[in-house]
Design a protein around this ligand. Structure first.
Ligand SMILES: Cc1ncc(C[n+]2csc(CCOP(=O)(O)OP(=O)(O)O)c2C)c(N)n1
Ligand code: SF4
Length: 285
């Protein structure tokens, strides 16, 4: 079982003071403690961007991947060793732009892992350009006259792709986010949490204040998280009121359950057979 003090690393944190990533980091550590997850059993896979540095800040097994490829790496780890608790951390550009195809397919496959998307609605590390979730009219370095493209609705996409755990949190409410993450860690299947993560340096529009004035908790309104139609309806709510919490939760077989060649003993426990491949190498010369 992880203790909070054991989860800290000596790495110097280089996120801007006040960045929403701090809320995500503290919520995740608390969720590991709350869900009584053993530190040694956890693998974090992170993408490229400010969010990706989270790999340096949690004392578990980590893999800092390449841009947009959190999910292929996380999927491979989980399929090879299902005993591990695999958690992906991605950014909105990393997941909803560069990694969009992986996102849709991992959801429909129902790979048994958790994905947390640090959604700051901007490219942070590359100093402020629009992403797939940037708001229309948003002026950035890449859209000096304001974005003319409508943003994606990743929650709705996750629901129509048959997601089995679809949730949204807010980095400004780490206690609530801890609860969502702890639930996700317990749930078997693809657990997706989009997190509103204010970028205090480049996103002057979607600030803590902007979110605080709008977000409300689904669970406080009697929302039935077993009702997919209702969840879909809620996923389109945007404007003065924006829902956070678990939109939808359901059990269904995971990808591994139906994959014949990895169904039995985990690949990591199978001793490789000694095979002479010199003939094969010769034939390729
Ligand atoms: C293949 C590839 N394309 C582009 C880049 C440049 N790049 C570095 S970080 C980044 C994205 C950062 O945005 P986001 O995923 O939203 O993360 P944030 O920095 O906001 O956390 C990009 C495009 C890269 N490193 N690799
Ligand atoms: S640039 Fe934005 S997302 Fe990156 S560390 Fe600074 S505040 Fe956070």
């Amino acid at each position: 079982m992880a203790a909070l003090e054991d989860l800290t690393t000596p790495a110097k944190n280089t996120w801007c003071p006040g960045c929403g990533n701090f809320g995500i980091l503290s919520a995740f550590k608390s969720a590991l403690v709350e869900s009584k997850t053993r530190r040694e059993q956890v693998v974090i896979v992170s993408g490229i961007g400010c969010h990706g540095k989270i790999s340096d800040y949690v004392n578990v097994n980590t893999f800092h991947g390449i841009h947009g490829r959190v999910l292929p790496v996380a999927t491979g780890i989980k399929l090879a060793n299902p005993d591990l608790t695999v958690v992906g951390f991605s950014g909105d550009a990393d997941c909803y732009d560069e990694g969009w195809d992986h996102f849709c397919h991992a959801i429909r496959r129902n790979v048994d892992l958790t994905l947390v998307v640090h959604n700051n609605m901007i490219l942070g590390l590359t100093t402020g350009q629009t992403t797939a979730t940037s708001q229309i009219g948003f002026k950035t370095k890449s859209t000096p006259y304001g974005s003319i493209t409508l943003p994606l609705n990743p929650i709705a996409h996750a629901l129509i792709s048959n997601g089995t755990f679809v949730a949204r949190g807010f980095a400004g409410d780490p206690k609530h986010l801890t609860g969502l993450m702890a639930e996700a860690l317990k749930h078997r299947g693809f657990n997706y949490i989009d997190v509103f993560q204010p970028c205090v340096t480049f996103n002057y529009l979607n600030t803590y204040e902007w979110f605080r004035q709008r977000v409300y908790k689904l669970e406080e309104t009697g929302h039935d998280s077993g009702d997919r139609q209702k969840a879909l309806e809620k996923s389109f709510e945007w404007g003065d009121r924006i829902p956070i919490g678990i939109f939808y939760k359901k059990e269904r077989p995971t990808y591994r359950d139906n994959l014949p060649h990895v169904k039995g003993i985990p690949l990591t426990r199978i001793q490789p057979e000694e095979t002479d491949i010199s003939e094969l190498i010769e034939s390729l010369k």
